[in-house]
Each structure stands twice: as C-alpha cells, then as structure tokens.
Design a protein around this ligand. Sequence first.
Ligand code: GAP
Length: 561
Amino acid sequence: MPFIVKKKISGNDYYYLRQSVRERGKVVSKCLAYLGKNRGEAEKKAKEIMKNIEKNQTILNVKSKKEKTETRIKKDFTPTEISIEELTKFCKSKGFVFRSSDIYGGFAGFWDFGPLGVELFKNIKEGWWNHFVYQKTNMVGIDASVISHPRTWKASGHLQSFKDIAVVCKKCKKATKIDASEEGKVRCECGGEYEKQGEFNLLFKTQVGALDTEEAYLRGETAQAMFMNFKLITQTSRMQLPFGIAQVGKCFRNEIAPRDFLFRSREFHIGEFEFFIHPEEKKCNLLTEQHLSTKFMFLDEETQLQGKNTLKEITIKELLSKKKLGEWHGYWLAEQIMWYRSIGLNEIKIREHTIKELSHYSTATFDIDYEYPFGSKELGGNANRGQYDLEQHQKESKESMEIFDEKTKKKVLPRVIEPTFGMERIFLAILTKAYYYDKKRGNIVLRIPAKLAPVKVSVFPIVKQPEYEKMATEIANDLGEEFNVAYDKRGSIGRRYARNDEIGTPYCVTIDGDSSKNKDTTIRDRDTTKQIRVKISELKEVLKKLIDGKIEFESAGKLIK
Ligand code: GAP
C-alpha cells in the first residue's frame, strides 16, 4: 500500500508517495511520485495516483486471465495474412467500408463507412474519448469547426510549410509523394529514380460566402482549434496547468497519392490532445513506476542516420536517461502505448524522428508504428510542440495567450506535448489483426476485441416457429437497450454462427428446445465456439461482464459439454 512521506530540505517541506516492495528477499521503500510542497495538495494527488494504480491492478488481473485464454486460442488459430487489396474487398463485401461515390467509379482518397464500419469506428472513437477524456481529471474535450479563420493557417505555419514533394518514378511511372528530407535520397520500390514534379500544399482550399467570397481552408489537423480556444477554456472550465484539451474529428489533406485503402486518404479523422504545461515545470508528478518501466521496441535517430532500421527493446526510463525526451513527454508516450495495448495492438513500435523530418512546429517527435500488410507504418505520433503554436497565434492575432498561474503567481505561456492518433489507421490495424481463417470451421473469424465489435450480440431462434421467435425477439429487444444487437432467423444455425464469426460478433444467443421450460438460453463464444447456458433473467448482466472482460466465459454460466 503506498504511503505519503514528508521530507524537510533546507527548512522546506516536500511530500513524496512511496511504497514498500520486496526486492531480492529484502523489503525496500521506493518513490512512486513527488507530490509537491503542500500537505493538502499532496493528499489530493496521492489519492488520484492510488486510484490509477488500483484501476491498473484490476485491469492487470483481468488481463492475466485473458492472456491465458489468448495463449490457448493461439494454439488453435493462426492469424491469416491479408493483403490490403483483399481487406478492401472484404470490407466492401461485409458492409464495413465502401468506396465513396462507388456508382461513379469511386473518388480517390475518399471512403464511406457502411453499417458495420460505422459501429466499429464509433466504438474506437468512444473508447479513445472514454480513456483520455472521461478517465483523466486533467482533460476536457471540444468539437471545433472544420473551417476556421484563414489566418489560423498562416499563424500555424501550414500555409508556408505543410508541403509535400510530388515525384514520379522514371522506371515504373508510379506517382507518389516524398518529404523534403527524402529529396534525392530515396528511390521507388522498383529501384527506379524519382523525377520531381513540384511542391504542393496539402491544405484543401474552399470559398466562404456567395458575394464577397473569402478564400479559406478545410482543417489539416484538429490541433489548431485547441490552441485558439486555449484561453477561453481556462476561463470557462476552471482548468489549471497542467491540463489537456482533446478533440477527435475530421481532417482534410489534399494528398498527392492517396493509397493503401484508408491508410492514406484525403478525408480522415485525427484524435489528438494538446497538453499544456507550465514552461518551467520539468518534473511530471503523474509519472509512476508503471510508466517508467513500460517496455517497447525502439528505433532511434542514430541508427536511422546510419541507414539501418534495427529495433532495440527499451523503457521510458532509459529514454529519459538518454535525454531523448522530458518527463511529461515520456509520461504521454507511455500512456499512448498502454492504450494501444489495451485495445489489442501489442505489436506497436516507436520511431524517433530524425532532425530533418521534424515538422515545422516540433522539437522532438516519436512515431508510433504498426506492422500493416504493406509494411511497418505510422499509426500515430507524439510531438513536443513547445510554445510554438501559442506564440504564433499570439503574434498573428495580437491577443495575449498567457495565463495567470496560481502556483507561481505569474503570467506564463505554457509549453505543449501533443499525442496524436490516426483513427482510420487504428481501424485498419484492428481489422488486419483480427482477420483469421479457421480451416476447421471453413470460415473467416474476425477476432475484434468484444468492446470494439460492431455487433455485440446476435440472437437466434433455433427454428422458425412462433414461440421461439417470440422469445428471441423479446430477448433481442431487451438486450438492445444495452448493446448493438442483431436478430437473425434465416438459414441453418451453423450458417448463422459463421455469418457472425465473419463480422466479429463475440457472442451469439440461441433460444432452443429447453429455453421455454428452463427460462434460459445458450451463449456461444466466437473464439472458442464453446457454449454455456445462462438464465434469461441474468443474460444482460452476464453479457455486459463478458464484453467488458470482467469474467471468464467458462465461469459465466453452465458449460455445455
Ligand atoms: N497535429 C499533429 C498532426 O496532425 P500528423 O502526423 O500530421 O500530426 C496525425 O497526423 C495522424 O493522422 C498521423 O499519425 C496519422 O496516423 C494520421 N494521418 C495523417 N495523414 C493521413 C492520411 N492522409 N490519411 C489517413 N490518416 C492520416
């Protein structure tokens, strides 16, 4: 159990959160966090940290059970490699994603989410919001307009610097884009040299108004609205440094060569938050041992400059000691890694940006990469934006962006850490990871984590007879108050199970011959095909716990042998 310790240094009181742990047979006391100089505040901070530790412990306990199930499942399944073209076809055939304007042959770089895709995408965005906004007391959300004052983009530097270089391969004639740092250094996959076609700004232009038209831009990132609203939020939401503003929404980039399905499109969603910190606050009081010991595969700048891409396993603590980043930056990188892992994307890697690649606003950036069917590519990022954006808006608008800091009793211009997430790229990663072909069953099984699955429960009457159908519809209606439920009475029961495996429904509920007599139903588990019997009166609660990963399937009811 962690405890608070007061230390007197040069006559001043300093509070710390410590914990006794057993190390090599000895009990030693370890510091978990610095809590500040004031007893009352220290107790408040300690409470928050301990709440987080307890929550993480519960997650870990459930996780360790889940890991056992995972290992068992891995023996029976092998993930099926799927090319991006096959995935695009699969998504169309099941109603996940369609080409935009399909009847006109599609429109490059634009996609529509179908009935299943919209649910999966909504669950990813809601899960993100729940984790980073609802579960953090230091974060608030906004939903800003897609078109903002054109001076936004002048101030942010996007009009000047948000450019890509268009190139065409001299050999295979494929068009693509490269960054300025890659000019003259990279070749096409076919080995051909690139010919430069010109530099293009990625912002989409539009016109506002009918008579006195004004040229404006669709937003290229959501971040600028967080900077522009920063001061209003401190005034209206009573937020004090350090705190964050989060947003998830549409962004538009006129990509030179949209490709790889949703991976590089012209209209997509970014989830990101700007975390504002006192410019002199270097210590992060939320950094726990769990953050520091977070391990991941890392590709550093030095290795890349030697032309290699060898990854090394490293921890946040080691990155801090190598001075690759500061404490707040490290804290948020660890938080991002933990969230990706909580939705099953365990295979993420971190890549440090080389100095030449850094965006115009960043002094240190890390990409979070994922192994897609077309290679290891960026899923999200984490940038140290410093005071760049607030300073730029201050200059352009002539409005002070400084706020009064209660602790130091001074006006300050905060610095910013920005964790960013490509929402469609997460959607793609979830789908590629979930795609299995089960030879024994003879069908695809989409092993999407239950929390994210588009349809949570499918309810079937075993046969098309009024008494079964009546019971099944009543159950489906009741469960529908809680989850996205499907009702399916068509085809053999085997075909109905297969249909649901293919769209990732984690649980199927069947009303069978015993249901009426015993007031119970069967629940079938997508991944193991095992079945249990559960009382109808308990069904909703049991399914809720299963979906939240709070109980093991086999202990949730009477196992059918
Ligand atoms: N505010 C920081 C920012 O916008 P970014 O790396 O340019 O950073 C954020 O974009 C994330 O958006 C990327 O990490 C990536 O996952 C996603 N993204 C960028 N361009 C994209 C595109 N054309 N299509 C789909 N996702 C894209």
